[in-house]
Design a protein around this ligand. Structure first.
Ligand SMILES: Cc1ncc(COP(=O)(O)O)c(C=O)c1O
Length: 409
């Protein structure tokens, strides 16, 4: 196909323009988008401009002067996930958003948190901490016997028998390319009227997300990964139902609530209830620009191109002697995980760094269930994004093949 970038959704011209907006593309092969995506130029410029304005007229004054850009953070996220701006709270990270959400649930001893074996490590630790402090019961739904993620029918059975206080699922875990069927889980939650929290940290910016379709009450994500926003920026979606039922974070401040009398406070009507008074305004503005950029590129084409690049990489790696590709699932996202016979984790990552390839390591303690099931001690994670090229995929696979070969001779 002339002018087309193979079956990978974007024309060569589009791809060139997108790469020109990603300053680092020419000097490094950035396959660590599941760690942190490369910030696009418009977002970078907006942040720098705001910091310069703060230096020129004062921090509070700059926030007031750019109130429209700040408001756009909420409007952009709302457009991204299919809700109203009032349902969006800024958070410093996905973990910050997640712990705010958990803190709003008045757990009692014996309450059940029903989750999966592939929920994010920090979420699992938070559940354990709630068990230690409040005596909740943590139940992990079994995986499907064919190794394709959680067994939704079994999970629904546990919902019916245990009536969990909270159902929690991670859309795409950090430790593999698995895409969990969060909307199927959500349908059961809605049917049974159960509170449902979704971690969309790795899927936001990689797939279209619609909170109504997922059927969740709460959803968390960062802006820095596939959304390509700045670091230390994320968000929490809070449904009208949750707001209406009066859920509020354990520690609520003078922004999340008004002190209306000596013994009383009134929580904000909107998801602002989950925010605090102080904001990193340049970061909010940069995140809004990054989300607008993602919306312009289009989540639908991104969701075709990005996993397709990963699929090509998996295919190339699977053919390399000594490499074990670890991702299992009906549908796989752009997180490619594998280990290499004869190599230790750090030296292998360093060898990839030396070849100009950005990657990330995962260890057993990042995925206690999944890595035990797969008998994995460490894995290298490569996560391309839409602005990467097929040529880069092939170069990276070639680099892995050379390294794997080194220890075999
Ligand atoms: C699935 C998932 N959830 C949550 C997080 C935590 O995000 P943050 O570092 O923004 O707290 C990550 C980070 O890698 C993740 O992969």
């Amino acid at each position: 196909m002339r002018g087309q970038s193979n079956a990978f959704a974007f024309t060569e011209e589009t791809l060139r323009a997108l790469r020109a907006d990603a300053p680092g593309c020419e000097s490094v092969i950035h396959f660590n988008n599941a760690g942190c995506g490369m910030i696009p130029r418009p977002a970078l410029r907006a942040m720098i401009e705001h910091l310069e304005l703060e230096a020129a007229i004062g921090g509070y004054e700059a926030a007031a002067a750019r109130a429209d850009r700040v408001r756009d953070f909420y409007a952009a996220i709302a457009e991204l996930i299919g809700c109203a701006p009032r349902n969006v709270a800024f958070a410093a990270s996905a973990t910050h958003a997640y712990s705010k959400a958990l803190s709003a649930i008045p757990f009692e001893p014996g309450d059940v948190i029903l989750t999966t074996r592939n929920d994010f490590v920090s979420n699992q630790i938070a559940f354990l901490s709630l068990r230690r402090r409040h005596g909740v019961r943590i139940v992990h739904a079994p995986d499907h016997p064919d190794g394709t993620g959680v067994d939704v029918a079994a999970m629904a059975g546990l919902m019916r028998s245990l009536r969990p206080r909270l159902v929690a699922a991670t859309h795409v875990p950090t430790n593999s390319g698995l895409v969990q069927p969060v909307a199927e889980i959500g349908r059961h939650c809605r049917e049974l009227d159960l509170l449902y929290l979704v971690d969309a940290c790795q899927s936001a910016g990689q797939y279209p997300i619609d909170v109504d379709e997922i059927g969740c009450d709460l959803l968390t994500a960062t802006c820095r990964k596939f959304l390509r926003g700045p670091r230390a920026s994320g968000f929490l979606y809070v449904s009208d139902r949750v707001l209406g039922e009066g859920y509020e974070p354990l520690f609520i401040d003078m922004y999340g609530a008004r002190w209306v009398g000596p013994g009383r406070y009134a929580p904000a009507e909107t998801a602002a209830r989950f925010e605090e008074w102080e904001f990193p305004y340049a970061t909010l503005i940069g995140s809004a620009q990054a989300v607008r950029y993602a919306l312009r590129v289009g989540l639908e084409p991104v969701s075709r191109r990005t996993p397709a690049l990963a699929a090509r990489l998996r295919e190339r790696l699977a053919a390399v002697p000594g490499v074990r590709v670890l991702d299992r699932g009906r549908e796989l996202a752009a997180l490619v995980t594998f280990d290499v016979e004869g190599w230790q984790a750090q030296p292998f990552k360093q060898a990839m760094d030396a070849r100009g390839v950005n990657s990330a390591l995962s260890f057993r303690e990042f995925a206690v269930y999944d890595f035990a099931d797969k008998d994995v001690e460490w894995a290298l994670r490569l996560s391309p994004h839409y602005y990467n090229t097929e040529q880069e995929v092939d170069e990276v696979a070639e680099a892995v093949a050379e390294l794997a070969e080194q220890v075999r001779v």
